[in-house]
Design a protein around this ligand. Structure first.
Ligand SMILES: Nc1nc2c(c(=O)[nH]1)N[C@H]1C(S)=C(S)[C@@H](COP(=O)(O)O)O[C@H]1N2
Ligand SMILES: [Mo]
Length: 322
């Protein structure tokens, strides 16, 4: 029997948050659409993913006051071009390799510095608990890539139910650890499980959402089912997927990417055209799906959400706190 190929990390995959083109779009542009599909069959050992888990729709969503009016990327772009190393290191691996993942039933454990820790089922965790709470449609730009119409509940609405104590200065999030269900965890690409963190005020900011859907439907597996973070003013790696644990902490959490490459991935990871990655400029970006030959756009400070979030960082040196 052939041994599975151990995925090597191409340096462009580890570090190239700024992706210039989608391999499939490139193949299509070059007239090789069929080759792309054939390659997917060969690497996955089965037919190109056509049948997705049935995804329920959300009946009544309120539009978030923070939504952009930019045109969203297509369902295809949003669901076939993902970073989710638990299901492979290629951008078009997760939608094939995560196809049979079962995100239900799902529990989330909440612990650390709070008065009401506990284990809560997914449905109870993400449903509004007061008449003021809502599930929103938040259409926002994912730094460097796409415009995505998320569905989610503000994280702060959920967190406050557990009554964080005065010692709670940060929130740490942890992805499921399960080598059988997440085969990418068999290789030491990152220190598993994937971990991320936010400062308390960032976590409580109304722009930070626990996303449970996209395009008005439940989250497809490759997008982080059943629940993932979306922090629109930060680079993509902060938006941790398939969360099973949330802890309030006194100390700043050490995130997986920071552990892997501390000089390249800081704790804050705020979108900032003035702070370059050690190996490339972050001043401009090109949208996925915009076409290979289209102009890049200038990267906006805080991804365009400066009015909402700049005050969180007003006394900080953003070059040190990258
Ligand atoms: N658990 C987990 N979460 C993760 C990742 C991952 O590999 N594992 N990748 C991150 C990165 S690098 C990005 S860019 C975003 C991508 O989210 P999307 O696929 O919905 O665009 O997920 C982030 N969350
Ligand atoms: Mo990323």
């Amino acid at each position: 029997m052939a041994r599975p190929r151990i995925p090597s990390i191409r340096s462009s995959e580890i570090t190239d948050e700024k992706v210039f083109l989608n391999r499939r779009q490139f193949l299509q542009a070059a007239g090789f659409a069929a080759v792309g599909a054939a390659a997917a069959v060969a690497t996955s050992g089965r037919v190109w993913a056509t049948q997705e888990r049935k995804l329920a729709s959300f009946p009544d969503l309120s539009e978030s006051p923070f939504s952009t009016d930019e045109t969203p990327n297509s369902w295809e772009d949003v669901t076939t071009y993902n970073n989710f190393y638990e299901f492979g290191t290629g951008k078009d691996d997760p939608h094939v390799n995560a196809r049979d993942f079962q995100p239900k039933p799902w529990d989330v454990e909440i612990g650390g510095e709070c008065s009401k820790p506990g284990v809560v089922g997914f449905e109870d965790l993400v449903k509004p608990h007061t008449p003021e709470e809502r599930i929103y449609r938040l259409r926002c730009v994912e730094a460097w890539s796409m415009v995505i119409p998320w569905v989610g509940i503000p994280l702060g609405d959920v967190l406050k139910r557990f009554e964080p104590t005065s010692k709670a200065r940060y929130v740490r999030f942890t992805t499921l650890l399960d080598r059988a269900r997440m085969p990418g965890q068999r290789w030491p690409i990152l220190s598993w499980p994937y971990v991320e963190g936010l400062r308390m005020d960032e976590a409580m900011h109304p722009l930070t959402i626990l996303a449970i859907g996209v395009y008005g439907k439940e989250l497809p597996n490759q997008n982080g089912a059943p629940l993932r973070l979306v922090v629109p003013w930060k680079y993509g790696f902060k938006s941790i997927k398939s969360i099973v644990r949330i802890d309030f902490t006194e100390d700043q959490p050490v995130s997986s990417w920071h552990r892997a490459a501390p000089h390249e991935y800081g704790f804050y990871a705020n979108v900032n055209p003035d702070v370059d990655h050690p190996r490339w400029s972050q001043a401009r970006e090109r949208r996925i799906g915009a076409g290979l030959f289209e102009e890049k756009q200038p990267t906006l400070m805080y991804n365009g959400y400066g009015d909402q979030v700049a005050q969180l960082y007003k006394s900080m040196d953003l070059k040190k706190n990258y």
